[in-house]
Design a protein around this ligand. Structure first.
Ligand code: KIV
Ligand code: ZN
Length: 514
């Protein structure tokens, strides 16, 4: 079977999802999971976009060794130089440069002629090739571009040194038949096309990203770009887990395989959902909670007699396991360490100590601690940026009753080491709590989004909260976990404030350091 290369852009296009805002430790944990999953290329970010992006790409490039790490750049020298700085220590670097090629983008956005677009692409691919062994060039909005123009441009860009050509459906506009024909056209009309990998990149605005991707594969694409859980701009990108499992299950039809370790899919999906706060709908293909559940009596009867009657994918194939071994208050440090190893997560002794301490606290309240709980505790420790823990929650109390005015009292430790306390009222527990916290903190704050979820199942499940705040007019996200929903909510709010402080500190340092 021929191999389709998997290019993951969860950390770049995925991170462009509205409301998603990962810190560099969170990005690093996702990058490590992508390495375990076995993607061929991971796009770690867009270094020229901000100092934070640059630092995250650099950290990933300095850490990941088994996967090619790439970064996005416009066709500008300063973007390519910035990407080079971020990627220079990774063993398999790739640059990804892009320029729009559709009439609407060239006329209104770029204000460039087709000839200028060709010249700038060729020049910048040459410049990039002097610095990178692998140069991917993308024709932004390829699916609304003129095919003969694009074919000529691709020929020149390949001659200039591009090793991968990507034809994105940037606005999710194309159809399977049309996209397939476009790939066939380029295969037939670009004389040097066989020298490069041909890549597809589909957005899901019309819900056709997976079908379009499969059509591209059938017509000559050798690389698929997408994200875990299909997160991304607007309606998102194609979900890589859907493509990989479709190629596996319908190998008879397509005759291609990927290098993904399919049983790492569920863990990858859970991690991305947890860290981005973009939870997966229950009926989502491959990774949704209901994807392997059979509700109707006729289906259940069929599955009991022969699972294949209604089950084309086994949950085990993608790492969904039904037989969790619970841990509890008698589980010791050794068993905990074994769990960490089983997850494939590397932890220092210090980190294990911190996670184990939280595990012990949890077992005081929860009889059966699940794999999901333990993974959550591990990720709390792995993604914590100790430098950002500026405010901490010392104590809180919320009085709620159907006949009372809800009142919250909160005591916080400040960045300056003081303890401050106040009380306020609200229409409900969370509102009273958030009003009280916001009175203690001097920034202009507004709650934009609030979510609460349970980790795993059961009535004593851990609570996980995500918030988005506007702090001094800037959108920041926060995440918090606790046994109790109100405490998890408080932690998420304070986490968002701390991220804002961290971000402003980093920006100040950048100005000082030039
Ligand atoms: O969708 C798109 O066109 C992109 C490019 C930057 C490759 O993400
Ligand atoms: Zn895209």
């Amino acid at each position: 079977m021929s191999r389709i290369r998997i290019f993951d852009t969860t950390l770049r296009d995925g991170e462009q999802s509205p409301g998603v805002n990962l810190n560099k430790m969170e990005k690093l944990e996702i990058a490590k999971q992508l390495e375990r999953l076995g993607v061929d290329v991971m796009e770690a970010g867009f270094p020229a976009a901000s100092e934070g992006d640059f630092q995250a790409v650099k950290l990933i490039a300095d850490t990941i060794t088994n996967v090619s790490v790439t970064a996005l750049a416009r066709t500008r020298k300063e973007d390519i130089d910035r990407a080079y700085e971020a990627l220079k220590n990774t063993p398999h670097p790739r640059i990804h440069v892009f320029l729009a090629t559709s009439p609407i983008h060239m006329t209104y956005k770029l204000k460039m002629t087709p000839e200028q677009v060709t010249n700038q692409s060729v020049e910048m691919v040459k410049y990039a090739k002097e610095r990178f062994p692998e140069v991917e060039w993308s024709a932004e909005d390829a699916t609304r571009s003129d095919w003969p123009f694009l074919a000529q441009l691709i020929e020149h860009v390949i001659d200039a040194g591009a090793t991968v050509i990507n034809l994105p459906d940037t606005v999710g506009y194309t159809t399977p038949e049309e996209y397939g024909k476009m790939f066939k056209y380029m295969k037939e009309n670009v004389p040097n096309i066989d020298r490069v990998d041909l890549s597809c990149h589909c957005h899901n605005d019309l819900g056709m990203a997976a079908a379009n991707t499969m059509a591209a594969i059938e017509n000559g694409a050798t690389q698929v770009e997408g994200t875990i859980n299909g997160i991304g701009e607007r309606a998102g990108n194609v979900a890589l887990e859907e493509v990989a499992v479709a190629l596996k299950i319908r190998g008879d039809r397509y005759g291609f395989e990927t290098g993904l370790k399919l049983d790492e899919i569920k863990r990858s999906s859970d991690l991305v959902a947890k860290l981005t706060g973009m939870y997966v709908q229950a009926n989502k293909a491959i990774v949704g909670r209901n994807a392997y559940a059979h509700e109707s009596g006729i289906h259940q009867d069929g599955v009991l007699k022969n699972a294949e009657t209604y089950e084309i994918i086994t949950p085990e194939l993608v790492g969904v396991s039904s037989n969790t071994l619970f841990m509890g208050k008698h589980s010791g440090r050794h068993a905990f360490k074994d769990k960490v190893n089983a997850f494939g997560v590397e932890m220092t002794e210090e980190e294990i100590k911190a996670a184990f301490k939280n595990f012990k606290i949890l077992t005081d309240h929860k009889r059966e601690v699940t794999d999901d709980d333990i993974y959550t505790l591990i990720m709390e420790v792995k993604t914590e940026q100790s430098a950002i823990e500026k405010y901490t929650l010392e104590t809180f109390q919320v009085n709620y009753g159907t006949q009372n005015i809800t009142t919250a009292t909160v005591s916080l430790n400040t960045p300056a080491g003081e303890t401050i306390q106040t009380a306020a009222t609200g229409n409900g527990s969370v509102e009273a709590l958030y009003r009280t916290i916001s009175e203690l903190i001097d920034y202009d704050q507004k709650l934009l989004d609030y979510q609460i979820n349970s980790v795993g199942g059961g009535k004593d499940a851990l609570a996980e909260s995500h918030v988005q705040l506007s702090v001094e007019g800037e959108a920041v996200n926060g995440r918090g976990t606790a046994q109790d929903v109100i405490e998890a909510s408080a932690n998420a709010y304070i986490n968002a404030i701390n991220r804002y402080i961290m971000k402003t500190q980093a920006n100040k340092e950048q100005v000082v350091n030039g």
